[in-house]
Design a protein around this ligand. Structure first.
Ligand code: B3K
Ligand code: ZN
Length: 896
């Protein structure tokens, strides 16, 4: 593991093209968990005069270096590089190294999981396998020979096509794989071990046969169907929507139980966290099924957006990630079937953006979609690069239209197939294909922070015209506040809006200067700090039309506008834009919740406005709306979101206020909730389709509210559902309702759940996660703090800090999914956090650094929390040896 006391910052402005290229490499692996020998034979070319070849390598034992078959001795070696001076313009170099896969707990490079070999090379893991030009702008063809014991490792996989197999005689065997496409080293992969597969052959759009495989451990074979279906749907979707075909004869997905993130798009050999592959009705929820579809899609779509066209350097990460997230979002939306489904998908995506990305963009780790510097690149696989990056790509489509966007994509591939390029190249393709000037749009890549758009309107009743004045502001954040950084300039914001008339219908829109109205939703080019738009030819009269702003969330901004409660209720009932209907409800609920928080803080009596209850009731019982949409509308804003909306966050008060509102709604709407509970049953065989899962979502939302009302009868209903469920969605929702409402049966149900599923790791993760996120109880004996349960669960035989899914299920769930308990006033949560960051850092720095991010917003909290968070951060920072990963995160948090 690389540990460093002096952080080194890498800057985007320092990029220089590689001095050497490696056109081809032959890799031979003699696989042994304790000591694997890697022989790399590479063909290099020098592109600059008189420079040494500097290869990256870490934690490698160097055994031999030869040049054109002769021993090469004049090299220099340090912890991170192998330098070879005096090479001619081209030649063949052979490097033999050894590494220790079974001692590799970082899960980066070559490692062992449950007895099988796997690799993870992005971003800089390949250098833990062999010395190489481990940078994305060096693209190479790979030929890979895998040798291993046949009994222990019957399956040997790598990228591309299987070209030869043979027996080596001594109980060992060999497989040779060749990838016809040039690729950067981060897309290399190998898998070796005892695995089984399901497979299918399909014919691609241009009539070629493709072999598709999903590889898992034998006991999981029955949980692979959904992943295979998702892969086939992804292939079809990319053919239809973007005209992009699978370019290899074979495409493999492999599942592994120890994995740092969701999945990895290695060329032709995608490696997945089991969480995003394995599913059946009994063990996976609707959300799991949907996530699998989206992650399978995401990795598959990378084959073009990431692999065929890759990133010049890691600062350009969003070139592939923002674009591919956008593509997977569109894919999932298209799979939802109808407009209402699309809106639900959009709501879910925006909720994540607001809950996670907005805080990141306001904190010490704030960075532009294309960062300018980093200490550890793995820390920049962020919601900003991914989710805000996807919003930036979506804005191109909003500005250019679907057809214009497609033209831009086509030009992008025409120009850059087989290259490593930049975000500017992508923007240029979009601009050139459409004859549009997107220069100002480029600021979305260079400026961090969430712009705040302020909206004012003036209604001229006599003229029937509405003046809309938009202003935008985006103060410096994070690293931008350092002295010497340039002032920020206005963004090019595609601002979609409609005007809703008194009857609830959209009005035709005509801007001053236009000869006739056109359309009922307009995308305004909002490019200046302050800009005015005049809408004319509207129905005259005292009542101004009501603007529906930023429809479908057309830009990642915060819209500040003074709606009255009555106006929001009207929009909630009538807006033709489903996203904005939801948005109106969220605005109403947020306003009421923040008022309740203040009441809690001032120890005033808590009450809920009957008008709000009525507005929620109206949505709940409106059966013209899809159940999935109603579930979204009835879900209250998250505690983390409310914390961001406060000047000084008070997690305990937020929790009390939100819980009060849940219980008050549950009491007031009991009959309606029960009616919806009954109306939305999904009898018969389980199916994860959008309609059925929408029904379950609404039904289980109702159950959660009903149980929270404290009624013994409703809790019994949850108990009954828990026992009778024929699928994990219903069973787990019932268990959660029992646990969170402190129903008498909760302990028995938790024990039963563990017994039923103790052999299924992914379900055991759910069991840990639920308990990490459970509310603390208030009881006659002082109640029970969740931290005590969590500490006790750390001792459970099934707990294992080395497995990232397990660590996340308990520790992350508590630290980031349970704000009220984590931020306990005595600082016990923070102590726990520091203990776990340090414990994890010596095992797996990437996972530790993710956990470290929990403290990003420490300055936002009220005293004494702020002080205690600061102390915990200092304790971690002072630890004798920290990974570069964790050091960057705590360093930036403390510097803020
Ligand atoms: N590209 C990988 C992420 C790699 C993360 C490295 N720390 C998965 C994805 O975005 O598809
Ligand atoms: Zn990705």
């Amino acid at each position: 593991m690389l540990r460093t006391d002096t952080p080194v910052t890498v800057y985007r402005k320092d990029y220089t093209p590689p001095a050497f290229t490696i056109d081809h490499v032959d890799l031979r692996f003699e696989l042994d968990p304790r000591r694997t020998i890697v022989t790399s034979t590479l063909r290099f070319k020098r592109t600059q005069a008189a420079v040494p070849l500097v290869l990256a390598g870490q934690e490698l034992e160097l055994l031999a270096v030869t040049l054109e078959g002769e021993p090469f001795e004049g090299f220099q070696q340090d912890d991170e590089t192998l330098t070879l001076p005096g090479l001619s313009t081209e030649g063949t170099l052979q490097i033999v190294t050894a590494c220790k896969p079974d001692a590799n707990t970082s899960l980066s490079g070559l490692y062992v999981s449950n007895g099988n070999f796997f690799t993870q090379c992005e971003a800089e893991g390949f250098r833990k396998i062999t010395y190489f030009l481990d940078r994305p702008d060096v693209m190479t063809t790979f030929r890979v020979t895998l040798q291993a014991d046949r009994a222990a490792y019957p399956v040997l996989l790598s990228n591309g096509n299987l070209v030869a197999e043979r027996d080596l005689g001594d109980g060992r065997h060999e497989a040779v794989w060749e990838d016809p496409f040039k690729k950067p080293a981060y897309l290399f992969a190998l898998v070796a071990g005892k695995l089984e597969r399901i497979e299918e052959t399909i014919t691609s759009a241009s009539g070629k046969e493709k072999l598709l495989q999903v590889w898992v451990e034998a006991q999981d074979l029955g949980k692979t169907r959904h992943a295979m279906d998702s892969l086939i749907h992804s292939i079809r979707w990319d053919e239809q929507r973007f005209g992009l075909e699978l370019d290899l004869d074979r495409f493999m997905i492999v599942a592994v139980g120890d994995f740092n993130m969701g999945a990895m798009e290695n060329k032709g050999l995608n490696i997945f966290n089991t969480k995003y592959v394995l599913a059946n009705a009994e063990t996976a929820t609707d959300a799991d099924f949907a996530n699998i579809e989206s992650v399978v899609g995401h990795e598959y779509f990378h084959n073009w957006t990431g692999n065929r066209v890759t990133c010049r350097d890691w600062f350009q990460l969003s070139l592939k990630e923002g674009l591919t997230v956008f593509r997977d979002q569109e894919f999932s939306a298209d799979m939802m079937g109808d407009e209402s489904g699309r809106a639900v998908k959009r709501i879910e995506d925006v909720r994540v953006l607001r809950q996670v990305q907005f805080p990141e963009d306001a904190g010490p780790m704030a960075h532009p979609v294309r960062p300018d510097s980093y200490e550890e690149i793995n820390n920049f696989y962020t919601v900003t690069v991914y989710e805000k990056g996807a919003e930036v790509v979506r804005m191109y489509q909003t500005l250019l239209g679907r057809e214009g966007f497609r033209k831009g994509m086509d030009l992008y591939f025409e120009r850059h197939d087989g290259q490593a390029v930049t975000c500017d190249d992508f923007r240029a393709a979009m601009a050139d294909a459409n004859g549009r000037d997107l220069a100002q749009f480029g600021r979305w890549y260079s400026q961090a922070g969430t712009p705040v758009v302020d909206v004012r309107t003036a209604w001229d009743a006599q003229a029937g015209s509405l003046t809309l004045t938009l202003t935008q502001q985006c103060p410096k954040v994070g690293i931008e506040t350092r002295p010497g950084t340039p002032d920020k300039l206005p963004f090019h914001i595609p601002f979609a809006l409609g005007l809703v008339g008194a009857d609830g219908h959209d009005l035709p829109l005509q801007l001053a200067g236009e000869s006739q109205p056109g359309g009922t939703t307009r995308v305004l080019d909002f490019t200046e700090a302050e800009q005015t738009f005049l809408f004319v030819n509207l129905p005259k009269g005292a009542r101004a039309p009501l603007p529906s702003l930023l429809r479908n969330f057309s830009a990642p901004v915060i819209v500040d506008v003074e709606y009255t409660d009555a106006e929001l209720t009207f929009l909630l009932a009538h807006d033709s834009d489903a996203f904005n209907r939801w948005e109106a409800g969220q605005r109403l609920a947020t306003r009421a919740l923040l008022k309740l928080v203040a009441d809690v803080q001032e120890e005033r009596e808590l009450t809920l406005d009957p008008a709000l209850i009525q507005a929620f009731r109206a949505v709940l019982v409106d059966r013209t709306l899809s159940p999935a949409f109603r579930e979204q509308a009835l879900m209250l804003p998250a505690e983390a979101y409310l914390a961001e909306r406060m000047g000084v966050a008070d997690p305990a008060a937020i929790h009390r206020a939100r819980q009060f509102m849940r219980e008050a709604l549950a009491h007031a709407l009991q009959a309606d909730l029960l009616a919806e509970y009954e109306a939305n049953a999904t009898p018969g065989d389980y199916s994860p389709d959008a309609i059925s899962s929408g029904k379950r979502a609404l039904r289980n939302l109702a159950l959660g509210y009903l149980a929270d009302s404290g009624s013994a009868q409703m809790q019994a209903l949850a108990g009954e559902q828990y026992q009778q469920a024929n699928n994990m969605t219903d069973r787990f929702a019932a268990l959660a309702a029992l646990v969170n409402s402190f129903a008498p049966g909760r302990e028995a149900a938790l024990a039963d759940f563990y017994r039923r599923f103790e052999n299924d790791a992914l379900v055991v993760d759910k069991w840990f996660a639920l308990q990490g996120m459970q509310r603390g109880s208030v009881g006659p004996h002082g109640g029970k703090r969740t931290i005590d349960t969590v500490r006790a669960l750390m001792q459970h035989p099934a707990f294992n800090l080395r497995n990232p899914n397990r660590a996340r299920s308990l520790i992350f769930s508590f630290c980031s999914g349970n704000p009220a308990q984590f931020h306990a006033e005595d600082g016990s949560g923070y102590e726990f956090w520091a203990d776990q960051v340090l414990a994890l850092d010596s095992i797996n720095p990437q996972v530790a650094a993710r956990l470290a991010r929990v403290m990003d917003r420490w300055q936002k909290y009220a005293l004494p929390l702020r002080e205690r968070m600061h102390a915990a951060l200092q304790r971690v920072a002072a630890a004798p040896s920290l990974s570069r990963d964790v050091r960057e995160i705590v360093g930036k948090a403390l510097a803020a």
